[in-house]
Design a protein around this ligand. Sequence first.
Ligand SMILES: [Zn+2]
Length: 313
Amino acid sequence: MKKIIGLDLGGTFIKIGVVDENGEILEKTELPTPQGQGRAQVIKVMSESINNCLNDSSRGKFLGIGIGTPGLVDEDGKVFLAPNLPDWNNLNLKKIFEEKFSIPVKVENDANAITWGEYKFGAGKGYDNIICITLGTGLGGGVVLNGKLLRGTKYSAVEMGHIPICYKGPKCGCGNLGCIESYVGAKYIVRATQEKLKKQDSLIKDMVGGDITNIIPKIISEAYHKGDKVAEAVWVEVGTYLGAFFSGLVNLLNPQVIIIGGGVAQVGEILFSTIKKVIDERSFSLLAKEVKVVPAKLGKDAGIVSAASLFLS
Ligand SMILES: [Zn+2]
């Protein structure tokens, strides 16, 4: 069976593994992403970890190296504007690694890669039209339309977190106003919770020892599962923003399934059912009827499997 190397580059960790054609991970490892030492050091660590994978077996058996990276990625494998890797700009990762290892390399924006991975091996398997998002610090996402990853003219598209849902909403990190990310990104969920706690009592205060600066989405999730009303209101609000956002995408794309992964989505059913309810209320009923809202399936190794899946059409 053919093997592929999948490398998931993050601002904190580099995750790499050897994956077979069925999406099974044969081996994997995780290294910290070098901080503050420039991109040459990051490329060096990536190269060493790829080299270790290649040396384990004969190089001829590998289909190639798939890489998921933050930032926009053009059709030649060049990366632009990666937010958490400051000098990760105008960098042709495909060329660098193809020259170094003499095997094919595919580079894709990390959220697009995850979307392709969920389509091939996860919750999108068996469908032709999917939307996939990862909810965490920000909102990343991708679209598969008629069995093809949606990529736009030249750059990776789909910067889904930066679609505005309000023309005069809060200022987003990207400079625009009212982006969906500025309503449902982790720090905004925390801020909304802190605001509610000024007016209402909640378990959340006890859970952070009275210091509301220690709130993280996981605590709001735990409080919800213990029956806390403030936490419930927060998750209904987040689900309502996302539902309004997706109702536009449902009208635009007529997807069969919306897949949601990432740490913030761990709260579970309340988020999924609220999103589905709002889509049913707001988008065209014929289109809303078609669409399911489901959790991502690939789990914590999604980045590795997805990067490798770039080699599977
Ligand atoms: Zn934005």
